[in-house]
Design a binder for this molecule. Structure first.
Ligand SMILES: Nc1ncnc2c1ncn2[C@@H]1O[C@H](COP(=O)(O)OP(=O)(O)OP(=O)(O)O)[C@@H](O)[C@H]1O
Ligand SMILES: [Mg+2]
Length: 344
């Protein structure tokens, strides 16, 4: 093993798999509008474990990105946020903005949907990587940072790291830019990686390569990953656990194979019926009727009732809580827990 390889192994020492790294409890994020606040994320709770991927799945507008950005405390000033976000024993919601800046990138890193927006157009890739390593004091010395930058580029599957280090973002393809954004995200060996639709902007082949890369990096680095997607295919491929979101809440969650294999919530089932899959003819796909309502116009009771094939009288009377369906699974639906009607 060369000295560079040895230092890489040391820096990327793998944490214990399955250890809870981040615990989000009752997260609620709202935006001030005129005199009131409209909550777009409502009472969301989940845990991220080392070496595992939790997929946050749901249609556009259900609150996936606001959840991801709230965890990173990247929400806008007019957002009102409550609950708890604990990274190990640090509570992020009460951390000073300055400490949060230091922690972001170092312990929690974000891979964006649009890497072009995250990379500077004015600086070469190598210089941007070096800057991250300098700011977070990962490696001291210009030469050592340049070498670590090249190593990071190789780690994300870039076969000619020197050329890429000397390039500007606009000289790279979308897939390459996303690899660079991932290299920047893993530069400080974060405990938590948050990826918000990281492959949505890419074509299908490149998308598959980037998903392979995520799997590979997670195996090697043991990060806890929160992957946000609206794509059930991506969820099937990547998730250890799934949290299905609708109208700002988690409506079903549990191990991926259970949630996707035998969904209990009609929304999860509907998402799966709308998915192109091997052996299913296009004509057999059933799109979910209607659109999710805007947060300010959410109907009373269960927010999915206006689109649900199983809607019945009780659905407009209360909003079901997320309750156990089995040891590790939870769903929020009156059909699953009719006995809760009286209690609510
Ligand atoms: N800065 C903001 N101010 C006010 N409302 C916002 C703001 N950001 C998001 N929202 C609203 O919050 C809701 C959830 O948005 P979010 O971006 O989290 O959805 P999403 O699930 O990520 O959707 P997509 O799949 O389209 O990215 C939407 O109704 C959106 O309009
Ligand atoms: Mg989003």
């Amino acid at each position: 093993m060369t000295s560079v390889e040895r230092s890489v192994v040391q820096t990327f020492a793998q944490p214990a798999v399955d250890k809870t790294v981040l615990r989000v409890a009752d997260l609620t994020t709202g935006f001030r509008q005129d005199r009131s606040t409209v909550d777009v994320v409502r009472g969301v709770s989940f845990e991220l474990k080392a070496g595992r991927t939790l997929v946050l799945l749901g249609e556009s507008g259900c609150g996936k990105s606001v959840t991801a950005r709230s965890v990173m405390r990247l929400h806008p000033d007019r957002a009102v946020i409550s609950g708890s976000i604990a990274l190990g024993d640090q509570e992020l919601l009460t951390l000073s903005p300055r400490s949060m800046v230091q922690l972001r990138g170092q312990q929690i890193a974000l891979v964006p949907q649009d890497p072009a927006g995250a990379l500077s157009p004015l600086r070469k890739i190598g210089s941007q990587l070096s800057e991250v390593l300098r700011v977070h004091e990962v490696v001291s010395g210009r030469q050592a940072r340049a070498e670590r930058g090249l190593d990071l580029l190789s780690r994300v599957g870039i076969s000619d790291p020197r050329r890429v280090a000397h390039a500007y973002a606009h000289e790279l393809s979308g897939g390459m830019r996303q690899r660079v954004a991932i290299a920047i995200a893993i530069a400080c060996d974060p405990a938590v990686l948050i990826a918000d639709e990281p492959t949505t902007a890419l074509d299908v082949t490149v998308q598959a390569q980037i998903l392979d890369l995520f799997e590979d990096l997670q195996d090697r680095l043991g990060m806890a990953t929160l992957l946000v997607t609206h794509d059930v295919g991506v969820a099937e491929r990547m998730a250890d656990e799934i949290a299905v979101m609708y109208a700002g809440r988690i409506v079903e969650t549990g191990p991926a194979e259970t949630v996707l294999g035998s969904p209990r919530h009609p929304y999860t089932a509907a998402l799966l019926r709308a998915l192109p899959a091997p052996g299913v003819a296009r004509g057999e796909l059933i799109p979910i009727s209607g659109q999710p309502s805007a947060p300010a116009e959410r109907p009373s009771g269960c927010p999915f009732r206006t689109r649900c094939s199983f809607v019945h009288d009780a659905c407009s009377t209360y909003e079901p809580a997320l309750l156990h369906t089995d040891v590790e699974t939870y769903a929020a639906c009156d059909l699953v827990h009719p006995q809760e009607r009286v209690a609510s």
